[in-house]
Ligand binder design. Structure first.
Ligand code: DX5
Ligand code: ZN
Length: 215
């Protein structure tokens, strides 16, 4: 079944408790952490994740768009993240491996994320070692509300076939520009977790949008 992960980047940060309750029928909650270095934007950090954790039982899917993400694995795990995604472009391969190892040690699920420029094959060494999720960006990371990049569909298909071959329990998440139209394209290509920020929070009835996206 397809899981829907609303991104709180599109929520009203002054009223996060209510904004999280508006999407309580979702499967996961997606939290976009940006450092102003790996991406041009700055969003939220460890203290906000710790507060969100106190307000919901939803699975917290924390997307780290930060340089050298290994520095923050333990802090986000202690704050209550259930899964952490680190970008393959955010550090050298040995440091990415160390970050994934730290996730294991801290009891959180481990994922790698790919910018649009990064080829599908880049996930292979990590997939062979075992991952809980691969995150494919379908916009340039940094901002919500951007247009879906259809040229990423081939990459989603390729990674789906690698997952089926090397790590069948691994989830495949797509993030960026997901709406009712593009949700169909990415699920047909093999994604099973869909992040949706503006589509869910911009809808009059977020719960109905979540159900429609899932369908
Ligand atoms: C972008 C973030 C996304 C963003 C998605 O860098 O990683 O999670 O919030 O927003 P929409 O669904 O509006 O493209
Ligand atoms: Zn994200």
């Amino acid at each position: 079944m397809v899981k829907i992960a609303p991104s709180i980047l599109s929520a009203d940060f002054c009223d996060l408790d209510r904004e999280i309750r508006r999407v309580s029928s979702a499967d996961w909650l997606h939290v976009d952490v940006m450092d102003g270095m790996f991406v041009p934007n700055i969003t939220i950090g460890v203290p906000v994740v710790a507060s969100v954790r106190k307000h919901t039982d939803l699975f917290l899917d924390v997307h780290l768009m930060v340089e050298k993400p290994g520095r923050y694995v333990e802090s986000f795990a202690k704050a209550g993240a259930d899964l952490l995604s680190v970008h393959l472009e955010a550090d050298m391969p040995p440091a990415i491996r160390d970050a994934l190892h730290a996730m294991e040690e801290n009891g959180v699920k481990k994922a790698v994320a790919l910018r649009p420029i990064t080829a599908a094959e880049a996930v292979l060494p990590y997939l062979e070692q075992g991952l809980d999720m691969v995150l494919v960006m379908t916009v340039e990371p940094g901002f919500g509300g951007q247009k879906f990049m259809t040229d990423q569909l081939g990459k989603i298909r390729a990674i789906r076939s690698y997952i089926d071959q090397y790590c069948p329990s691994c989830d495949l998440e797509v993030d960026g520009g997901v709406n009712l139209e593009t949700a169909r394209l990415v699920t047909e290509a093999g994604a099973n977790v869909l992040v949706a920020g503006s589509a869910v929070y911009g809808a009059d009835a977020p719960a109905a949008m979540i159900a429609a996206l899932r369908g």
